[in-house]
Design a protein around this ligand. Sequence first.
Ligand code: ARG
Length: 466
Amino acid sequence: MEKMWAGRTAGQVDKIADEYNSSIAIDCRMYREDITGSMAHAAMLGAQKIIPQEAADHIIEGLEGILNDLESGALEIDYDCEDIHMFVEQVLTSRIGDEGKMLHTARSRNDQVALDLRMYLRRECAEITALVEELVEVLCNKAEEHKDVILPGYTHLQRAQPITFGHHLMAYASMLLRDLSRLDDAVKRMNVSPIGCCALAGTTYDTDRYFEAEQLHFDDIMLNSLDGVSDRDYCVELMNDFALIMTHLSRFSEELILWSSWEFKFIELSDSYTTGSSIMPQKKNPDMAELVRGKTGRVFGNLMGMLTTLKGIPLAYNKDMQEDKNFIFDSLDTVKISLQVFIPMIDTMTVRSDNMLRAAQEGFINATDLADYLVRKGLPFRSAYKISGQIVATCIDEGMVLETMPLDVYQGFSDLFEEDLYDSISLKNCVERRISVGGTSVASVENQIEYTRDVLAARQQDKEQD
Ligand code: ARG
């Protein structure tokens, strides 16, 4: 088949080179954006009298037909075409004749692909955002359900202080709220129109770039045409945001994997999100959580790939840039399906609060509270810390825990100890006393949930107003 760009060359490319050059298999998913972008372009060309209004109308009608036929399946993508832009233009011309050849006036595939990609990512980001919001909502609900379940909080994976499970879950909600605001920022910067930058230098035609930008719901236009066709910062920003979302899901997955082990038994994942072993009959493996953790590496790799592709290319468009879509689409798809699996996996997990509490009772995680008790009685913290450490050591020697150590032994360490010390170091009180803002007490977790739900509601309201 002769290439649409045949002219300077015969348009005959070696078969393997042709395959190497082709991007339709990956960019065909932007067909909607390509077509709506072209419709706005044709409307602008008509309104500016760059092409006859009648031709513009026919082009728009033709493009509408192509879109409908692609959606209904009546028209199939021809993978022999070089890319989606060539495919659409070729079908258009075959359907409406020479008027179709007017569409590419005052435009290049360089600004066209930049436009398509921004529009496509804008739409996809709305879906990712909605999924992250859904996960935050599920976390709020789970946190509320388990706001007074006590488990050990860890540092260095050593039992540290008692916390509530609601508090632990809301930590992830906090991370995800940041992810949402990062996505908002990136989308804001991305939502600037490159169409009209043409090949690299702008155009001699009297175009109206603002008209096109407005039709396609952009907030502004790219001000420098060289930058307009060669900027892929928004891909890097989004991929960074995706990498962070995956980092958060991956850390969470690591905990789910640990917690569902026989050693912890803090949770049980639903059968729907686990698999069995082909040889060991007793196994219930947290494959989905492991895959989230594993796929995170892929999303990091895509980010590095994108940056590496960009770092050496001179202005303006270079074919290297065609690789951008491989990276960003893979990251996008990976984040999306990971969230789609993760949300119901969290929603359906069973929390073994008895095991959580048991683990909290076994590790001197109230030792800080013992020191705080002495501080309340007037001792400087450092001295209280030392005494408490000595008491823990004695307990370990005697095979006891702080709760079972007799009062007279305590009083051997300090005469500040009285009967009320036992109340102070009860796990329930340890948690309940941590009422500092952002702390682990039920009241604090309730505040965190309320704040987070307010953020979600405000976001929902913004969407409805848009
Ligand atoms: N398929 C190309 C891409 O994705 C479209 C732009 C091609 N431009 C060009 N001058 N060859 O980057």
